[in-house]
Design a protein around this ligand. Structure first.
Ligand SMILES: Nc1nc2c(ncn2[C@@H]2O[C@H](COP(=O)(O)OP(=O)(O)O)[C@@H](O)[C@H]2O)c(=O)[nH]1
Ligand SMILES: [Mg+2]
Length: 281
C-alpha cells in the first residue's frame, strides 16, 4: 500500500452489461478498500443500455458509495463514454479505465497505478514478456487484432505492442493536455488517446498485465473492425499535411459511419489543430 497514494478515478464504459458488471464492481470496490490508501472512485459510464445495467450499478452503489454512474441517452459509443468520463479529471490525480467484463482484475489495475510515477500514461500489455493470459481471445479475434496492430504501426509508428488492452492509467496533467482533441467514439478510441500523448512527447509505459478474456463481447467483429479502420484513417488524415482536403470528403465519411451504424465521432474536434509536437506527422 502506498502511504500518500494519489486519488484515482476509474472509468468503466458499459453497454448492456447487466450480466457481467456486478461482480466486477464488487471486486474493485472491495479490493481498493482493502489495498489502496488513496481516494478511489469508480464511475460507470453508460449510454443507451436496453437492459438493467443501471439498476445493477445503482444497487452496488448503495453498499459502496465510491461507485457511481454517469448516463447518456445518445449512442456515444465506448470512446464517447470515455471522452465524457475524462471531463471529470480535474477532480483527481490519476484517471484510468477498464472494461466492464473483468478481463483486467483490480490487482492488475493497481499495478498500473503503482507505476504511474514512471510515465504520463501507463498501459497494460498482453503482448510483452511477463504478461499472464488466463484465457486468450478467439483465433479470429486475435487475427483481426494483429492485423489492426500492423496497420496502426504503419500509420502511426508508435511502437506500442498492445494498444487495445482495455486497461490504462493517465496522470491528470496528461489528460488535460490532450482531452480537447479526442474525438474517436468507437473502439479505436485508444489509438486517438495514445497518438495524442506521443505527439505531445509525453511518456507511455507498457506494463505486462494479467488478462482473462471473457465471453459476451460487445464487439461484432466485421462491423467493429471496419469502423475502427475508418476512424484511424480519419485520425491519420487529420494529422497529415492533407488535412485541408478533408472538408470535401467528410460527407462520405459521415455516411459510412451511418451505414455501419457506428457511434459518430465527437464533432467538437477543436480546430486549429494542436501545434506539431513530434517529428512524425
Ligand atoms: N458506454 C459504452 N460502453 C461500451 C459500448 N460498447 C462497448 N462498451 C464497453 O466497452 C468495453 C469493451 O467491450 P468488450 O465487449 O469487453 O470488448 P472486448 O473486451 O474487446 O471484447 C465493455 O465495458 C463494454 O461494455 C458503448 O456503445 N457504450
Ligand atoms: Mg472486454
Amino acid at each position: 500500500m502506498i502511504p500518500t497514494a494519489p486519488s484515482v478515478l476509474l472509468l468503466i464504459p458499459a453497454y448492456n452489461e447487466e450480466l457481467r458488471i456486478e461482480p466486477v464492481l464488487l471486486n474493485y470496490a472491495r479490493y481498493f478498500r482493502d489495498n489502496y490508501s488513496g481516494k478511489f472512485q469508480l464511475k460507470v459510464v453508460l449510454n443507451g443500455c436496453r437492459d438493467k445495467t443501471r439498476e445493477v450499478v445503482d444497487r452496488v452503489a448503495v453498499e459502496f458509495p465510491e461507485v457511481s454512474v454517469l448516463e447518456f441517452t445518445e449512442p456515444i459509443g465506448k470512446g464517447g463514454a470515455l471522452i465524457e468520463g475524462l471531463k471529470l479529471v480535474p477532480m483527481v490525480d490519476l484517471v484510468g479505465y477498464v472494461d466492464a467484463d473483468g478481463a483486467t482484475g483490480p490487482a492488475a489495475f493497481l499495478d498500473l497505478i503503482n507505476r504511474s510515477d514512471e510515465a504520463d500514461c501507463v498501459i497494460g500489455s498482453r503482448w510483452i514478456k511477463g504478461a499472464v493470459l488466463h484465457r486468450s481471445q478467439t483465433g479470429r479475434r486475435q487475427f483481426a487484432s494483429r492485423v489492426f496492430h500492423v496497420i496502426v504501426q504503419v500509420l502511426f509508428r508508435m511502437n506500442i505492442r498492445d494498444t487495445q488492452c482495455g486497461a490504462k492509467v493517465l496522470r491528470r496533467a496528461a489528460v488535460e493536455r490532450i482531452r480537447e482533441n479526442l474525438f474517436i467514439a468507437d473502439m479505436a478510441f485508444d489509438i486517438n488517446l495514445l497518438y495524442l500523448i506521443k505527439r505531445a512527447k509525453m511518456r507511455i509505459l507498457e506494463v505486462p498485465t494479467e488478462w482473462t478474456d471473457k465471453v459476451g463481447t460487445k464487439v461484432a467483429l466485421g462491423k467493429t473492425s471496419l469502423t475502427m479502420l475508418l476512424s484511424i484513417l480519419r485520425l491519420r488524415w487529420i494529422y497529415s499535411p492533407f488535412c485541408g482536403l478533408r472538408k470535401f470528403f467528410s460527407p462520405i465519411e459521415n455516411s459510412l459511419y451511418r451505414k455501419l451504424n457506428a457511434p459518430q465521432p465527437v464533432p467538437a474536434l477543436k480546430m486549429p489543430r494542436p501545434k506539431k509536437t513530434s517529428s512524425h506527422s
